[in-house]
Ligand binder design. Structure first.
Ligand code: SF4
Length: 292
């Protein structure tokens, strides 16, 4: 298999077979991120891609879901994506869905008819690192798009019938702003249909812009308890039917919930953690984290 550089896939894709179509990130400017700091964006040749598919076919001929690694393979052109999706289906006849990371920017350059065609070729499951739906937070994190862009592009995905997943990051708006971030993000998310929302919590790494902003006093991190309260507000106000996966390692206390059914249960669980755990222990936990 031709894996180069950092190979990253979300924890909820752990049962998918992974293949590299691209590596690195086309953007690389988000203030909290150091994931692909030392690599340039690279697209695997079709020759390499086919060699990998042939290897997968040998060991996992019945693979049903493929996940393309890299920060945003959806940055590839419509024609390139079409070729890769069709090639996957040539090799793996039982493959039902093909998933990958995408930025809001990558959806922008695809027409609705192209999205519908890609869906028909097996594309389903775009993981989108929205992080927030609050314009001030998106700007602070330097995501390169705003809430209207998220609404416009994800509405296209809804129309094309492509399943997508959001990432929300608690603590990203800084001390005292978690309430605003949660409320404004939910206002936006309530207009869309993310199949689930994966929640992370901001962790500071020394090679990121946001870390430098902390040193200069431009950014004051939220306490761990404020982040949990932010998550409670987020869950409380979210009115769409969806799943919440706040169980990655960046969450001090991992929870998952099916909304609306388990809303009260998880809000109470989080309250118990706020009431019974001290801030110092929570901070110690975060200090030990090695990646996002
Ligand atoms: S968060 Fe995603 S889009 Fe932003 S720099 Fe990191 S990998 Fe690239």
């Amino acid at each position: 298999m031709h894996f180069t550089g950092r190979t990253w896939r979300p924890h909820y894709e752990s049962n998918s077979v992974i293949i590299q179509a691209t590596s690195g990130c086309t953007y690389g400017k988000c203030h909290f991120c150091n994931l692909y700091k030392n690599e340039n964006f690279h697209m695997s040749s079709i020759k390499e891609f086919e060699e990998d598919l042939s290897e997968i076919k040998k060991y996992q001929p019945n693979a049903r879901r493929i996940f393309m690694t890299g920060a945003n393979p959806f940055a590839m052109s419509y024609n390139n994506l079409k070729l890769r999706l069709l090639t996957i289906r040539d090799y793996l006849i039982k493959c039902q869905t093909i998933a990958m990371f995408s930025s809001i920017r990558d959806i922008k350059d695809k027409e609705l008819w192209q999205l519908k065609k890609l869906r028909a070729m097996g594309l389903n499951g775009l993981s989108i690192g929205t992080e927030s739906g609050d314009d001030k937070t998106l700007l602070l994190a330097n995501k390169g798009y705003n809430s209207s862009d998220i609404l416009e592009q994800c509405t296209k995905l809804d129309k094309a019938g492509i399943e997508y997943y959001f990432v929300y990051m608690t603590g990203l708006s800084g001390k005292g702003n978690g309430y605003r971030n949660a409320i404004n993000s939910v206002k936006l998310f309530n207009k869309l249909n993310p199949y689930f929302i994966s929640v992370d919590s901001l962790t500071l790494f020394s090679d990121t812009e946001i870390y430098k902003m902390v040193q200069t006093g431009e950014f004051i991190p939220a306490s761990e308890k404020e982040r949990i309260q932010e998550l409670q507000i987020f869950i409380h106000t979210l009115k769409i039917r969806t799943h919440i996966f706040a169980n990655s390692i960046s969450n001090f206390y991992p929870i998952t919930a099916y909304l609306p059914k388990e809303r009260e249960k998880v809000i109470n669980e989080l309250q118990y953690i706020i009431d019974t755990t001290n801030e110092k222990d929570m901070k110690e936990y975060r200090k030990k984290l090695k990646s996002l």
